[in-house]
Every structure is written in structure tokens, then in C-alpha cells.
Write a protein that binds this ligand. Structure first.
Ligand code: NAP
Length: 502
């Protein structure tokens, strides 16, 4: 990377929350960037997911960018359509949208002559000093491969690809999957009175949380800058009251026992029939999977128009689903709420660094990263919310505040030194070892969940929010190796540890 005095140029892949967040900071710092987005709109997961009942599951004030407060949410946990509108307006108002190339899925990133060449779908290329994969981690749908899946004669789709042209009135709808998506979809379709069968291979613990409307007066007060601290404290308290403190998932102890019992009690209260309750009771302890939140799923599943079907799907037939007991369920529509490939990150894009090193080689035995943002041997290539990011426990804007703050320090160093940075293997190993050592005490390690990688390790942050903030404040640029234009390693120019203000 030889800048010859010119400013560093950044290519961002993805115009979801992380890409937009980063773009804001780059613009503020006067750094040139270009975003590539595979869809024809901004919002990432909030662009893709439009299913009925979609709501964000964190209190929405904590889901806003700290530098773009709107507080116009209709409910405590806002509908997905409001988040999408918020991100679209943000990109428009900040002029970011003019820097997005839509319908442009980057196929390949290749390190050549000290810079990254991106290959676009039309075969053209663009060159950047730095590339940031702001691709998110839930963008590649996991489609089931049930026997006969292609033969279904009704309509079917994945939860993230909702077909709004199909009118569900009068149709028999099957929903497969009990993650957050399946729970929200069944709750909404059931309340609308549709004829729904919910295929439950593994029951989930569900957190019962009322979704209060926000009154016009409260919205007004939420916008008063002098009251910001008051609202933040109040929301933090409310979060603890509804979800428990953040530590019960992290360390065993009395609070874990209390929180666990709370799930059993709430289920018992909501589902009086002991047979149904038994079937709805998960075998795994609460908190080992990401917990779906719903005010009314347990009520909805007991409505006459909604039928739970326990066990797996044996096969699909032209007119419905045959369950694991061999019972046929005639259906007009099947919704596969079967999740995503959470460890895809920037893939299927191919990434090749110096000496032919690829992301596939780095992750051959399972995904990992340096603090969720860097990969050893990949100079000037970064991720946001990469492996070990706190995607279960910390609201995305808070993760991004920490990650992007450090990334800006790295960019400043690259600009000043004219050399590309990649975390050293030693620093990456030290980070991963610390995280892995803390995981066994957490609830995440108590069952297989979507964090679990092929080595059986959950890829998730096992510490608190504050520890997440601290690790970036303390992160040291000396953890990074310097690469020259030929991709050869050089020494950091200053002896010892170098840190700049964030
Ligand atoms: P998910 O949590 O991975 O759940 C997938 C579901 O599909 C599971 O119940 C799984 O059952 C089932 N499944 C998968 N393959 C199956 C098969 N072959 N046969 C039968 N069942 C099958 O996926 P998700 O619900 O899309 O949620 C993913 C994540 O997205 C969430 O954890 C959350 O982080 C995020 N999300 C957030 C929101 C929000 O903020 N409001 C909403 C939706 C999603 P098994 O458990 O038996 O494998």
C-alpha cells in the first residue's frame, strides 16, 4: 500500500446497519469510500426481512445510531418497517445513498500490488486501499433439503424472502422453524386468524414481553436532549427487569437459577394444559439459544386456528408436509423459517490476500477473528461484527460504536505510515484463547445453537458490554503487522506500543 501522500480509499461491502454506520464515520473523517450492495435498497437484514409480525427485539431507542436520534418509534420494540424507514432516511439525509452501487454483489476481493481489487458481477474491477466486509452474519438463508421439497405445488419461501403477492386469506399455511422468525410469523398470522400449522422440531424458550405503544407525548419527551440521560437509565432498568442482568448468561450462579425458573413459571402460567406444556418445554436450558421474544406466542399457539405439529418434517409432497410420525398435513403455503448460515460472513465472496492466502484457508477449521474485525495475513481487509462479536447480548449500534472507533484508529495509522495492517497471528490467538477460555461457563455452551461452529465452539462474545467497550479502548495498534506493497511484512516504524486517540 503506497499512498504517495493521497488519502486512503475504502471499499465497503454491504449497505446494512454496519456499512451505513461506518460510512458516517468515514465521511466525518473526510475519508473517501464507496459502498457495494447486492440488493436494490439499503438496510441489509431490515431490507430482506419483511415478514408479517417482524419487530426488532431490543428496545428501539438502543437500536438507533447514537448520532442519528429519531425516537419516532410507534412501539417499544418497533416494527421492522420502521427500522427500514429509519435506515433509508438516514442514508438519504447523510448523502450516503449517492455512494452506494446497488444490485452489485462483489464476487471477489484480491490483494494485488498493495491494494484490494474487487471484481463486480459485470466483470469490471475497482481498486481500494482498504476493504471492509460489512456484510452482516445472517444474510445467507438456510433452505431445507427435505425430500420432495421441489415438488410442492403451492407457494413456498424462506422467511427472509416473503412473497407479499400471495394473499394468505383462506389458505392453509405451514411454518417450519421456532427461532425468532418462526415465532414472530406464527404469532402474527395466528392473530390475523389464518389457518396455521407450526412445525416444531425443537421447542424454544420464549421470553414473554409486552410491546407497549409509545404515546405521542412520550415520543415528544424522548426527543428532549436534556432528558436523554434519564431515558437511557430508564431503558437500562427496564431491560434488566424484562431480561435479567446481562451476566446470568455469562456466569453460573443465583441469578441464572432465578431466570431459569422464571421461564418455567411463565410457560406454566401461559399454557395450563400439562400435555401441551410438556411438548412446548425445551430440553435445553434457557439462554443457550438466542431467545425469541413475544408477548403472545403461547396464547396464539392455543387458538383453534393454530396447530402445533411436534417433531420433524419427513418429506414434502405436492400438496403438503408429511411429519416425522407419517401424518399428512395439506397445505397451500409453506414458510421456511429455518434460519441462516451464520458463519458465512462475507462469503460467497472470495477473498485472496498476499501469497495466495484465502479466507477459506484461514477458516478451514472454523471461523475466528481478531476482536471481530481482523484476520491475520489479510492486510487492510476488515470485518464488522465478525466472529466473536457480541451479537446476542449487545445492541448492534453499541457493537459498532466500539468496533468502528478502533477501525478509525487503524485507518489513521495506515494513512500515516502508508502501509497496510493485519493483526498478527499471536495477537489473534491470544484474543481467541481468552474468549474460548471464558465460554464454558456461559449458557451458550450448554447446547448446539447457531453460534456453534464446526469445532463445537460457540462463536460469541462471552463478556459484558462494558468489557466489549474496554477491549477496543485498550486495543493496541502494535497487535498489527505492517505489509508493504509487495505484501511483505515490515516492522512497525515506532519501537514499542503505538496508540493514538480514538
Ligand atoms: P434460527 O433461530 O436459526 O431458527 C431456525 C429454526 O428452524 C429452528 O427452530 C430450527 O430447528 C428450524 N429448522 C432448521 N432446519 C430445519 C429442518 N430441516 N427441519 C425442521 N426444522 C428446522 O433462525 P431465525 O428464526 O431466522 O433466527 C435467526 C436469528 O435472527 C435470531 O436468533 C436472531 O438473532 C435474528 N432475528 C432477530 C429478529 C428480531 O430482532 N426481531 C427476528 C428474527 C430473527 P432446530 O432448533 O431443531 O434446529
Amino acid at each position: 500500500m503506497d499512498l504517495g501522500g493521497r488519502p486512503v480509499r475504502v471499499g465497503i461491502i454491504g449497505a446494512g446497519m454496519s456499512g451505513l454506520f461506518l460510512a458516517h464515520h468515514l465521511a466525518e473523517a473526510g475519508i473517501e469510500y464507496q459502498i457495494f450492495e447486492k440488493r436494490d435498497g439499503v438496510g441489509g437484514t431490515w431490507y430482506d426481512n419483511t415478514y408479517p409480525g417482524l419487530h426488532v427485539d431490543v428496545i428501539t431507542r438502543s437500536y438507533e445510531f447514537p448520532f442519528a436520534r429519531k425516537n419516532y418509534w410507534s412501539k417499544r420494540y418497533a416494527p421492522g418497517s420502521e427500522i427500514r424507514r429509519y435506515l433509508t432516511e438516514f442514508a438519504r439525509d447523510e448523502g450516503i445513498v449517492r455512494r452506494v452501487r446497488f444490485n452489485t454483489e462483489v464476487r471477489e476481493a484480491m490483494w494485488e500490488n498493495g491494494a484490494w481489487t474487487l471484481t463486480l458481477p459485470d466483470g469490471t474491477t475497482e481498486v481500494f486501499d482498504v476493504v471492509v466486509a460489512a456484510t452482516g452474519f445472517l444474510h445467507v438463508p438456510k433452505r431445507p433439503t427435505f425430500p420432495g421439497v421441489e415438488d410442492f405445488e403451492g407457494h413456498s419461501w424462506h422467511s427472509s424472502e416473503w412473497d407479499h403477492d400471495v394473499d394468505l386469506r383462506g389458505k392453509r399455511v405451514g411454518v417450519v422453524g421456532t427461532g425468532s422468525s418462526g415465532i414472530q410469523i406464527v404469532s402474527e398470522l395466528g392473530k390475523r386468524g389464518h389457518d396455521v400449522k407450526h412445525f416444531i422440531r425443537t421447542p424454544q424458550w420464549i421470553q414473554i414481553r409486552q410491546n407497549k405503544k409509545i404515546s405521542p407525548l412520550e415520543r415528544l419527551l424522548l426527543r428532549v436532549p436534556a432528558l436523554a440521560g434519564y431515558w437511557d437509565r430508564r431503558i437500562a432498568k427496564l431491560r434488566v427487569a424484562t431480561e435479567g442482568s446481562e451476566t446470568w448468561r455469562l456466569v453460573p450462579g443465583a441469578e441464572r437459577t432465578v431466570q431459569t425458573q422464571r421461564f418455567y413459571d411463565e410457560l406454566a402460567e401461559a399454557v395450563p394444559d400439562p400435555v401441551l406444556r410438556e411438548k412446548l418445554t425445551p430440553k435445553d436450558p434457557p439462554g443457550c439459544k438466542r431467545i425469541p421474544k413475544s408477548p403472545d406466542y403461547y396464547q396464539v399457539i392455543q387458538r383453534p386456528n393454530v396447530t402445533p405439529v411436534f417433531g420433524g418434517v419427513q418429506r414434502i409432497e405436492p400438496n403438503g408436509i408429511v411429519d416425522s410420525d407419517g401424518t399428512r398435513h395439506e397445505l397451500d403455503v409453506i414458510v421456511y423459517a429455518t434460519g441462516f448460515d451464520p458463519h458465512a460472513y462475507m462469503r460467497p465472496m472470495e477473498v485472496t490476500g498476499p501469497d495466495g492466502l484465502t479466507v477459506e484457508k484461514i477458516w478451514a477449521d472454523g471461523v475466528y477473528s481478531y476482536r471481530g474485525i481482523g484476520l491475520p495475513g489479510m492486510p487492510g481487509f476488515f470485518l464488522l461484527n465478525g466472529p466473536f462479536a457480541p451479537v446476542n447480548s449487545v445492541a448492534i449500534p453499541t457493537c459498532l460504536r466500539d468496533e468502528v472507533g478502533f477501525l478509525m484508529r487503524l485507518l489513521e495509522t495506515m494513512q500515516r505510515e502508508g502501509r497496510a495492517l493485519a493483526p498478527s497471528e499471536e495477537a489473534t490467538d491470544a484474543f481467541c484463547d481468552t474468549v474460548r477460555a471464558a465460554l464454558p461457563g456461559t449458557t451458550y455452551s450448554l447446547c448446539d445453537n447457531w453460534y456453534t461452529d464446526k469445532g463445537g465452539v460457540p462463536i460469541i462474545w462471552p463478556f459484558t458490554r462494558q468489557q466489549h467497550a474496554d477491549q477496543y479502548a485498550d486495543a493496541d495498534v502494535a497487535d498489527f503487522e505492517r505489509f508493504d506493497a509487495r505484501g511483505e511484512l515490515g516492522r512497525p516504524p515506532a519501537a514499542g506500543r503505538h496508540r493514538t486517540a480514538s
